[in-house]
Design a protein around this ligand. Sequence first.
Ligand code: PMV
Length: 318
Amino acid sequence: MKRIAVAGPSLALVKYWGKKDEGINLPLCTSVAITLDSLQSRVSIEDSQKDHDSCTLNGQDASLDSLRGILATLREQASPEKKQQFVHIEAENNFPTGAGLASSASGLAACALALVDFFGLSFTTRQLSSLARLGSGSACRSIFSGFTLWREGKEYAEQLAPPTHWEELRMIVCVVSDKKKEISSRLAMQSCKEFSPFFSQWIRYNNTLVADAVSAIHSRDLEKLGHCMQASYSAMHATMIANKYPIRYWLPQSLVLIKHAEYLRSKNIPVWETMDAGPQVKYLTKEQHVDAVLSSIQDVAPKTQSIVCKISDGVRFQ
Ligand code: PMV
């Protein structure tokens, strides 16, 4: 029977945007994130019938580019006969892929676990985090459950607190568009590093948000955490918009949802928004407000699909 590795996306509250080393995804800034349930990547691996590695994503042939570092690292450590074997990887996401919903984080975290198992190796969680990072930076956080921290320049992420630490927290993912983004986060980060006049300020500023975000998580202070989230995603998008070759992931509907969060807060409903490399808006709130928030989204943005996520377990076999 095929083993299936599953992982949820790592949604950053304080963002990672910029690499110290492009080849191996070492971050220039520290990020703080939560691992989500409801959205899931599933990966299974078998011996390839071909004379090369292959991969399908949601049933279609897919590129192995982001897996090359992971495969090379594992083959270096595998037994002589295992390293000769070619793999066939089948990956599936139950949510839009490449649309700013961190599918690369969950997908590559699940691939890392499934491949370590396939090659007959045994890794610590920290080694697994470091391995997943070679595929996609944010994947190193998806290895862990709950609240995570990935420090500037570090090879692996760490857990700040388990999901049980703050059980009433919910992330409502508002899918504004399920189209694949035109520019990948990899290219967009590179472009900002080279061409955004705000890039170095962005890195300095974002790092100043980390201590408050971490203490807000420890003391379960949603308002304090919300301010850090807003500051981080706003500065990240400002850096992109000011780029010499502007990167504008926002759609009109994204702004509608941002303004709506503002409106809800004015009515004493604590909802704090964030965005990633795509038009989707994610609302952080508490369980008791979810129904009110969902019905209000239907009023202002009826075409939006909203997915309610809890804070989840890390990567695992099903
Ligand atoms: O790991 P990547 O290359 O998919 O980049 C993730 C970038 C953001 O989602 C925008 C921020 C983050 O910290 O996850």
